[in-house]
Design a protein around this ligand. Structure first.
Ligand code: C2E
Ligand code: CA
Ligand code: CA
Ligand code: CA
Length: 279
């Protein structure tokens, strides 16, 4: 009987294909990681192009895997979205960021705005607004210091509900940015109807800067579009001085990229903020 059981087991496990098995293992590992505190928030500085000062940061999720080391979200975020695990992970991240904002706000550092990424899946929860409100209250975060980044693909279905949620979030003093602008499916008319404060030009366009004439005109067009709609424009993925100089000449507002800094663990980010604060 024992023998038979084993055979049955190996039959079924062979039946599951490799990738399905990997997904199951990773899903379980993500649960464990969340419980064990193996997720970490990195902060990538955002710099004002006119003053050259750090005015904010984007919070980026990292997974400190005990065996595999630091894992970037590209490897696990899709599975987290598909399984719904993105919701508890994001709630953890939101609270971690708010707690950190409070710590920074207790010092004499200049105030910065931190942006968190929200996936469309999170807008399917009815209590997204409540979670954000609670986190801001619990950690006594200064109004105006949290931002959320959403993608264009959020703006194509359930438009009324999503708009209402965004309006509610905005009423908390949280600003709203569209991430990866130009790569999704939104139309200009939906853009006009959403309460958006900021456009982020996707780094795929910045990569093509001065290599592709069309990329240059697209970037300039996005900057003009944002400004005409009273939005700030952020460029992400800036790696070279040449890219920086063009974006300056084209009147872009904020830059983010390896040229200035990679995403940093919280201690390094804090040190950078202190350095920036020196006379
Ligand atoms: P994203 O929101 O577009 O974030 C920007 C990504 O570009 C980050 O990758 C960042 O490390 C990378 N990056 C920044 N500057 C440069 C540069 O100069 N050159 C290059 N080549 N890359 C640069 P990361 O941290 O691996 O995150 C990848 C994506 O994972 C993010 O893209 C975002 O969509 C998602 N993500 C990250 N954290 C979260 C989170 O907390 N929640 C959700 N839902 N998604 C997240
Ligand atoms: Ca983002
Ligand atoms: Ca982006
Ligand atoms: Ca991106």
């Amino acid at each position: 009987v024992k023998e038979e059981g084993r055979n049955n087991f190996s039959f079924y496990s062979n039946g599951l294909n490799e990738s399905a098995k990997k997904r199951l293992i990773m899903e379980k590992e993500m649960y464990v990681a969340l419980e064990a505190g193996h997720f970490e928030v990195f902060y990538q500085p955002q710099v004002n192009l006119k003053t050259n000062k750090i005015i904010g940061a984007e919070a980026l999720l990292r997974w400190n895997h005990p065996q595999k080391g630091l894992i970037r979200p590209g490897k696990f975020i899709t599975l987290a979205e598909e399984t719904g695990l993105i919701n508890p992970i994001s709630t953890w991240l939101l609270n971690t960021v708010c707690a950190q904002l409070h710590i920074w706000q207790q010092t004499d550092l200049p105030s910065i705005t931190v942006a968190i990424n929200l996936s469309p899946r999170q807008f399917m929860q009815n209590d997204l607004y409540q979670r954000i409100n609670q986190a801001l209250i619990n950690h006594q975060v200064q109004t105006g210091s949290l931002k959320v980044e959403i993608t264009e693909n959020l703006m194509i279905k359930d438009i009324e509900r999503v708009t209402q949620t965004l309006l509610d979030i905005k009423a908390l003093g949280v600003s709203i940015a569209i991430d990866d602008f130009g790569t999704g499916y939104s139309s200009l008319s939906t853009l006009k109807n959403f309460p958006i404060d900021q456009l982020k030009i996707d780094k795929s366009f910045i990569e093509q800067l001065n290599l592709d004439e069309n990329a240059n005109s697209l970037i300039q067009t996005i900057i003009a579009l944002g400004h005409n709609m009273h939005m700030d424009v952020v460029a992400e993925g800036i790696e070279t001085l040449e890219q920086l100089n063009c974006l300056k000449a084209w009147n872009c507002d904020v830059m983010q990229g390896y040229y200035f800094s990679r995403p940093l663990p919280v201690a390094a980010m804090t040190a950078l903020l202190h350095r920036e604060n020196m006379p």
